[in-house]
Ligand binder design. Sequence first.
Ligand code: SF4
Length: 460
Amino acid sequence: MLLRHTHKETKERSALTINPAKTCQPVGAMYAALGIHGCLPHSHGSQGCCSYHRSALTRHYKEPVMAATSSFTEGASVFGGQANLLSAISTIFDLYEPDVIAVHSTCLSETIGDDLNQIIQKASDEGKIPLGKHIIYANTPSYVGSHVTGYANMVKGIAKYFSETSGSKTDFVNLISGWIEPSDMREIKRLTKIMKAKTIMFPDTSDVLDSPMTGKFEMYPKGGTSISDLISTGNSKKSIGIGHWATKDAAIALDNKCKVPFDIIDLPIGLRGTDRFIQQLSKSAEVKIPIEITDERGKLVDVISDMHQYLYGKRVALWGDPDQLIPLVEFLVDLDMKPVYIVSGTPGKEFEKRMSEILGSKVPEAKFKNGEGADMYLMHQWIKSEPVNLLIGNTYGKYISRDENIPFLRMGFPILDRIGHSYFPTVGYMGGIRILEKILGLFMDKQDAESPESSFELVM
Ligand code: SF4
């Protein structure tokens, strides 16, 4: 057993996290930056940090992820990285010709105290930023928060830098995208198109991290939100932040700068999560909900009622990011399943409140925790003390799945050992059907593998 040292008795831990349910801030900042067309992310720190951020994204999306680094060595680590960043800015614009450089800091540059705003201003004063090119930045010290915090910080940086107001409002609604897959962003855009809503989505990694093989290397794939769209977000009549943790700060920044009122909603995962998104979009964009959308909803409800007997009462353990976990747990409760254990390494007080509201009287035995100490070790301890029927989370759950022989649905970030997430969405009503298809497939495969011959069923 790979995790044979996990004991089922839990003890209070105050200064130790074992197998955290999160990764580092710059990974999120880099992912958000890739959602701008023609953008090269830049990691202001050591080469090792940048390699890790890039490889984390490449392993999940199965695409090459381009990024530059300030390449700190001993000198920069002691005296600061200003000279490295200034010289990197010149080299990047000369050699790689991006429209935007998105700089994020790292643990090291934050600890030294490098002031990114001041360094970028100096680059501008020294004429290192060519006309029509842009540098945005986000502070992403990884000793606080998580990859979700880093994503939120960069999205805020995008909104603060680009949005401009001309004084008159347009009919457009900004969709500030939380951390979801390129496939999910594509699906949300498909739904908005069916509803004939005029929207600007940012960031948008569809056609960046799920781009087709063309035989030709594209340093900057065709996807990503264009700079002109980013500028015009300041004239939109409304913003919808999709995911509280990932988008709230950006929505506030946009409102402060350009007076664009906003609503923040959950990710459209599951039945009620998608209902709220559709209703919010209908209200904000002042469009009707067409029959195509109602039909998709009806299909999801049909699958739920057809397959209810396989789902009822099944105990589930989940880990990942709060924005995904909240609507997903709500969906499982709607399916009459029992999400009993939930952990997230991303801090934030709202998590406990939302989980209490959703699980409350429906699953009173549920245990949930986020932030410090909410790790995969604790999750395994809970499972050892009372098992579950299903695991849902990122790849790091495969050790628990193997040791405890529990079916495992991979969802969230990172998924390092399966494909499909970049291409098949889990948001929207059709995404809800995909989640159900995956869960049911796991349960039925297990039943087929373990049932005695006398009860082996052809028709299920
Ligand atoms: S040092 Fe900090 S920024 Fe660099 S990889 Fe580690 S956690 Fe991330």
